[in-house]
Design a protein around this ligand. Structure first.
Ligand code: GAR
Length: 200
């Protein structure tokens, strides 16, 4: 099975997936790392790991979101990608992209969905004053942070937490959970039934 990871930033989740592939904990080939930001540190991680295909396309070089996503879909088809793993990829995918890879796109989000959707989940959880937040891995559908949930892990919020200390614990939880979820997909153990993902 061939994996593609899409990342816009630091790529620590990409690194966790690289490490799991290397150790044989994920029995798949990481064939492609893609970014919408040429300066993303994730691309440096991919180069260091000698990922065969490393591509960055700049959105402003395309006339529309659909044109950009069409180029992504063609790239994924050319590379014969089976699963697209979004790891801090900060662009919203168009229906065209989602349709082409329905049930084969995963995302990780730094909250216990459906709480704290959107781009500031960690800050929003702190501001709201919840005692427990966490991490969610889900399949991607047309709505933001919405698709069927694959796995979740709780992270307790401590009285002395700052954005940085909480983010660090959330990242650690992500680095454990995401490779496990990817491996479950790779080994054919995830079945989608409506909104529910049934692991076997
Ligand atoms: C992760 O915390 C991930 O959950 C979040 O971006 C971070 C990327 O970190 N994604 C979202 O907020 C998506 N809505 P990384 O680049 O170090 O993997």
């Amino acid at each position: 099975m061939n994996l593609a990871v899409f990342a816009s930033g630091n790529g620590s989740n990409l690194q966790a997936i690289i490490n799991s592939c290397r150790k044989g904990k994920i029995a798949a080939d990481l064939k492609l790392v893609f970014s919408d930001r040429p300066a993303a540190y994730a691309l440096t991680r991919a180069r260091r790991a000698k990922v065969p295909s490393i591509v960055s396309l700049v959105p402003r070089d395309f006339p529309s979101r659909e044109a950009y996503d069409q180029a992504c879909v063609e790239l994924l088809q050319r590379e014969q990608i089976d699963l697209v793993v979004l790891a801090g990829y900060m662009r919203i995918l168009s229906p065209l992209f989602i349709d082409a890879f329905r049930g084969r796109i995963m995302n990780i989000h730094p909250s216990l969905l459906p709480a704290f959707k959107g781009g500031h989940a960690i800050e929003d959880a702190l501001a709201y004053g919840v005692r427990v937040t966490g991490v969610t891995v889900h399949f991607v559908d047309e709505q933001i942070d919405h698709g069927p949930i694959i796995a979740q892990a709780p992270v307790r919020i401590l009285a002395q937490d700052t954005r940085e200390t909480l983010a660090a614990r959330i990242h650690r939880a992500e680095h454990r959970l995401y490779p496990q979820a990817v491996e479950m997909f790779v080994s054919g153990r995830l079945k989608i039934c409506g909104r529910t993902v049934i692991p076997s």
